[in-house]
Design a binder for this molecule. Structure first.
Ligand SMILES: NC(=O)c1ccc[n+]([C@@H]2O[C@H](COP(=O)([O-])OP(=O)(O)OC[C@H]3O[C@@H](n4cnc5c(N)ncnc54)[C@H](O)[C@@H]3O)[C@@H](O)[C@H]2O)c1
Length: 494
C-alpha cells in the first residue's frame, strides 16, 4: 500500500465529465493543475471545454493573487489510458452503485498504487464503492457542490478499507486548489450536507403539495432571512445567538418542545404529476424568462462577491479564500527565490491574461496591466521580507508604457530590475512579455515608499529587508539601465 507516499498532484484525471466533472476541471486548471478528462461519450469533449470557458470569468474574479500558469486540458474516451497517466482520479459518473463499482474497479487496475481515487458521489457509501477495487485503501468519497469551481466545500469520507493517510493526502490536494475539506467522521448515506439539504427539500415538496406556499414564496422564506445568516455562521451558531445570554441552552428550552409535535415530516410526499407540475411551473415563474445560463452567471457573480466580503471578516468560505491567497503569494515568492541567484532581472511573475482583464478591444487593459506589475512588486517584497507585516511598500509613482497587445488567456511573465534602494524607498523597472514568443507587451517604472500600513507614515526598512534589497540592487547595478527607463533614478544603495 503506497498511499503514505502519495505523489504531488500535477495531473488530475476525471472519470465522467458532466456537470460535476466540468466543475472539477475548471477549478483544477485555474490553479495550474493539468487535467485528463475521460468520458464514454466523445461529444463530452466539446461540452467540457465549453464548461471550462464558461467558468473562467467568475473564477478570474475570485482572487487577484498571482496564479501559476493555467493547466492544460486533454480528453479521452479511454478511462484506462487516463488512469495510467494521472496523479489523482476524481470519479463523476452517474449516481448508480453498480456502475460506479465497476468503473472504480476498472480504473484501479490501471492506476499505479500511489494514485488516490475519489468519488464525487452525493450519497453512496465508500465501503460499497471500494468493494472490487485493487488497492481499495486509496478510495475515498470527495463530495463537492455545484458549481465546483466556486464553492469550496468538499466532504471527505473514508470507507472500511480506506487508509487514514489517503484522507490526509486528499485533503492537502483539495486545500491546494482552494477548497475546504470537511472530514466526515463515519460513513452515512448522504454524508452530512445532502442529509440537511434533503430535509429542507422534503418539507418544501410537502408544502407545495399541500398548497401552503409556492416555490417562490418558500425561496423568499430563505433568501431574505436564514440564507443570509447561514453563509457565515451556519444553523447551530446562529441558534446559539438566538437564545440570548444563555445561548443554546435557552434556545433548546424555549423551542425544544416543538420538536416533539413535530412541525415537519420525515417522509417525502408522493411525487405525483400534479406536484411535479407545481414545482416546475413555480420555478419557471421565478426564472422569469431568464435562461439557465443567465441564472448561472448571476449565481456565479454573487458567489464570488459573497466570498470576497466574507474574506474581510475572515469567516467561513472567506477564510478559505484568504488561506488560498496566502498560499498563492507564498508560492509566487518561492518561485522568485529560486530564480533570484542569477545576475539578471528577476522573473517575478508568471501568469495568463485572464478573460476579465481585457478591455472592449480585447487587449490587456491599462488597470489590469498595472495590477500585474503591482503583483510582481509584491512578490519581490515578500521574498525579501518587506511585506506582510504592519509596514509595507506603498506605491508613490508609476510610469506605464504599452508596447504591444496581449489578449485573453495569453501566457505572460514579468521580469524586474531593482534600480535603486535607500532607507525607505525602492525603485523598480518591470518588463511584461508574452511567454510564447518573448514579445514585449508593456513596461513600468515604479517608485515605492516603505510606510506604516495603517497610518501611511513613512517608516525605515527593517535591517534584514534593507540588506536583502540592497544586495539585489548591487547585483542589478551590473545590468545596463533599461533603455525604456523614462527618468534618471537617484536612490542610494547602488
Ligand atoms: N449535479 C450535482 O449537483 C452534483 C453535486 C455533487 C455531486 N454530484 C455527483 O457527481 C456525480 C456526477 O453527477 P453529474 O451531475 O455531473 O452527472 P452528469 O450526468 O452531468 O455526468 C455524468 C457523466 O458521466 C459520463 N459517463 C457515464 N458512464 C460512464 C462511464 N462508464 N465511463 C465514463 N463516463 C461515463 C456521462 O457520459 C456523463 O458525461 C454523481 O455521482 C452525482 O451524485 C452531483
Amino acid at each position: 500500500m503506497a498511499v503514505e507516499s502519495m505523489r504531488r498532484v500535477k495531473t488530475l484525471g476525471l472519470l465522467g465529465t458532466g456537470v460535476i466533472g466540468g466543475g472539477w476541471a475548471a477549478r483544477a486548471l485555474h490553479f495550474g493543475i493539468d487535467v485528463i478528462a475521460a468520458d464514454v461519450n466523445p461529444r463530452m469533449e466539446e461540452w467540457i471545454r465549453g464548461a471550462v470557458a464558461n467558468a473562467e470569468g467568475a473564477l478570474a474574479r475570485l482572487t487577484s493573487a498571482p496564479l501559476p500558469p493555467k493547466g492544460t486540458l486533454s480528453f479521452t474516451t479511454d478511462a484506462a489510458d487516463m488512469a495510467r497517466r494521472v496523479d489523482f482520479i476524481q470519479e463523476n459518473i452517474p449516481e448508480q452503485l453498480e456502475l460506479k463499482q465497476k468503473m472504480l474497479a476498472d480504473v484501479s487496475r490501471h492506476a499505479p498504487a500511489d494514485v488516490l481515487i475519489a468519488s464525487s458521489t452525493s450519497g453512496l457509501m465508500p465501503s460499497d464503492l471500494q468493494r472490487d477495487m485493487r488497492f481499495p485503501e486509496r478510495l475515498l468519497v470527495a463530495h463537492p457542490f455545484n458549481p465546483v469551481y466556486l464553492l469550496p466545500l468538499v466532504e471527505l469520507v473514508g470507507g472500511k478499507a480506506t487508509a487514514p493517510e489517503a484522507l490526509t493526502a486528499a485533503a492537502a490536494f483539495f486545500r491546494y486548489i482552494g477548497m475546504h475539506p470537511l472530514q466526515v467522521r463515519r460513513e452515512v448515506p448522504g454524508h452530512l450536507t445532502d442529509r440537511l439539504q434533503e430535509a429542507l427539500w422534503r418539507e418544501i415538496l410537502h408544502m407545495v403539495n399541500d398548497g401552503v406556499a409556492s416555490t417562490g414564496e418558500l425561496d423568499e422564506s430563505i433568501i431574505y432571512g436564514p440564507g443570509l445568516r447561514w453563509a457565515a455562521m451556519g444553523t447551530n451558531l446562529i441558534y446559539h445567538l438566538a437564545g440570548g445570554e444563555t445561548g443554546m441552552r435557552h434556545m433548546l428550552r424555549q423551542f425544544g418542545p416543538c420538536l416533539k409535535w413535530p412541525w415537519t415530516r420525515l417522509e417525502a410526499p408522493e411525487l405525483t404529476e400534479e406536484l411535479i407540475d407545481r414545482m416546475v411551473e413555480g420555478t419557471q415563474a421565478q426564472a422569469a424568462g431568464r435562461s439557465i445560463r443567465e441564472l448561472e452567471r448571476l449565481r456565479d457573480d454573487y458567489l464570488v462577491a459573497i466570498q470576497q466580503v466574507l474574506k474581510q471578516f475572515d469567516i467561513g468560505a472567506g477564510s478559505t479564500l484568504r488561506a488560498l491567497e496566502e498560499r498563492l503569494y507564498a508560492d509566487s515568492a518561492t518561485h522568485l527565490q529560486a530564480a533570484a541567484a542569477a545576475d539578471q532581472p528577476l522573473q517575478t511573475l508568471q501568469t495568463d491574461v485572464r478573460a476579465e482583464w481585457v478591455d472592449r478591444s480585447g487587449r490587456l487593459s491599462e488597470s489590469r496591466c498595472l495590477q500585474v506589475f503591482a503583483d510582481a512588486s509584491d512578490a519581490l517584497f515578500q521574498v525579501n521580507g518587506a511585506a506582510g507585516g504592519e509596514r509595507e511598500f506603498i506605491a508613490m509613482h508609476s510610469q506605464l508604457a504599452h508596447h504591444a497587445r496581449a489578449g485573453a488567456l495569453e501566457p505572460i511573465a514579468v521580469s524586474t530590475q531593482v534600480l535603486g534602494v535607500d532607507d525607505n524607498r525602492i525603485s523598480l523597472f518591470h518588463w511584461l512579455k508574452r511567454r510564447t514568443d518573448g514579445q514585449l507587451i508593456a513596461t513600468a517604472q515604479q517608485l515605492y515608499r516603505y510606510a506604516d500600513a495603517s497610518s501611511g507614515a513613512p517608516a525605515p526598512l527593517e535591517e534584514s529587508a534593507r540588506k536583502a534589497l540592497q544586495a539585489l540592487r548591487t547585483a542589478h547595478a551590473r545590468l545596463p539601465v533599461p533603455e525604456q527607463a523614462q527618468s534618471p533614478v537617484a536612490l542610494g544603495g547602488s
